[in-house]
Design a protein. Sequence first.
Length: 234
Amino acid sequence: MTAMAMLFAGWQAVACAKAVRSVPLAARQTRIGPRPPQLYYQRGIVLLIALIAVVALAFAGMSLVRAVGAAIAINDNVNLRRQAAFAASAALEHDVVALLEDRSIDTTNDDAAHNYFASRQPGEDRRGVPRALLVGADYPAGASILDVGDGLVVRHVIERLCVLPGAPAIDRCTLSPPSVEAASGTPPPGEPPREPAYRLTMRVEGPAGAATFVQAIVSAAHANPRVSWQVLDE
């Protein structure tokens, strides 16, 4: 190496050393040292926000699942009540024919074969459902159970609204109201006899074992004997 080359190399080394010394110490530490604490703080905030968002989405998903489940349950209950009403209608028509049209039931005495009682039975609940429908073992032996299809069966009981069997009388039965003239003591010619009312209660059981109760009042005193009808709530 010539003297000129050595001199040039020495000059370059001195220039590099000066350039390094000209950079502030803090800047050199920033470039070659660890990351500043502000960056770690920002990364922690982002992680916390992400966790909060995940928890919020999880709760939203749970609420959605519960809402869908509640909607399905409500829809099933509505369908069950609708099907129970149709099934009870079939049982009602069956009993009206036997009771008021065919007259195949002796209404002055109990008739277990037709699920008929000549007086109200003890043990009914607050809704007026007779014990024979509340407790399966009390359902009359040999009494009919109607299968109306779609997995629905109907147990039904007919009660005459009297406190005692026998011929209907005003002192022991709920009778149809008299005409105004008869009530005043001067019944007109051809005044029809006062007829007792009958309470028909149906227990409709679905394929899942759920039971719905339907009750109707009928009386021969009316052109349409179906006086009232209702689905009983729990």
